[in-house]
Design a binder for this molecule. Structure first.
Ligand code: ZN
Length: 266
């Protein structure tokens, strides 16, 4: 279950199943609690937009402090809707935060190192959280429709199995706030890809147009890797429906900040 927390003026979601392990610090941000203004207000993690870099860095500091993390150790992804999964090591600390982002294409991060917060960014695309509670491995994946079709969530779980001997039954997963089937209208060609890749129920006809259910397609991928249904927590929270609290690219025609998924092994 995704639970909304409020601490020091910052609102953020946590995942009950992850919390119960005691193995991680984590959170998924909302718009509340940062220093940015206007379309980016207030908790924006998006660089390279009309919001200032100083504001974004300050927001990272506030969020990290709220979650009990050291912002200087954050490792930020470099999301380009591909399926590259980067294995985070000590030398990555600060990437994209205290120094330039050295990555060129990283849509998923994975690590077994403690005290390194991994962070991925969202505004409608789907955040997927992973925690192998037996081997002590975490991962985050950014799965927009392209990443979903490339099966980045499945590939991330497969990498945990291959590189860390993770057993599917030990991997907890969670699908965070993102644009849901109620609002994710797509062109016919995209709908056809989902139907052929993931089955008819992942694209629903709303009048003339199709709406796609990315979260269901991701659930199916996770099940295919052997992760049991009870280990998959699908938040069901729509960014478009809740655009007062969450950034939505669709709802705002792109005038929006980024939400952040934060995850760290203790
Ligand atoms: Zn919606």
């Amino acid at each position: 279950m995704f639970k909304l927390n409020r601490k020091n003026g910052v609102s953020y979601y946590t995942i009950s199943s992850f919390e119960a392990t005691g193995l991680v610090r984590h959170g998924f941000s909302t718009r509340e609690g940062g220093v940015s203004e206007g379309d980016y207000g207030t908790m924006n993690f998006r660089f390279n937009c009309p919001d200032t870099k100083e504001n974004v860095i300050e927001n990272f500091k506030i969020m990290a402090e709220t979650l009990g993390m050291d912002y200087r150790n954050i490792v930020l992804s470099k999301q380009v809707h591909e399926d590259v999964i980067h294995t985070v090591t000590d030398s990555d600390r600060g990437n994209g935060i205290t120094r330039e982002n050295e990555f060129t294409s990283v849509d998923a991060l994975i690590t077994d190192k403690k005290n390194i917060p991994i962070v991925t960014l969202f505004a409608d695309c789907v955040p997927v959280f992973f925690l192998d509670k037996r081997q002590g491995v975490i991962a985050l994946a950014h799965s927009g429709w392209r990443g979903t079709v490339k099966r980045i969530a499945m590939k991330t779980a497969e990498k945990m199995k291959a590189d860390y001997a993770s057993r599917p039954e030990d991997i907890l997963t969670a699908i965070g706030p993102s644009i849901q089937v109620c609002h994710f209208e797509v062109s016919d060609d995209v709908a056809e890809i989902f139907i052929s890749e993931f089955g008819e129920n992942t694209a629903v006809k709303y009048g003339e147009k199709y709406n796609v259910n990315m979260q269901l397609a991701i659930e199916k991928q996770l099940r295919e890797t052997g992760i049991p249904a009870e280990n998959i927590d699908n938040s069901g929270i729509c960014t478009y429906c809740n655009s007062d609290l969450l950034f939505s690219h669709r709802k705002t025609n792109g005038k929006r900040g980024n939400l952040g998924a934060f995850l760290e092994l203790i």
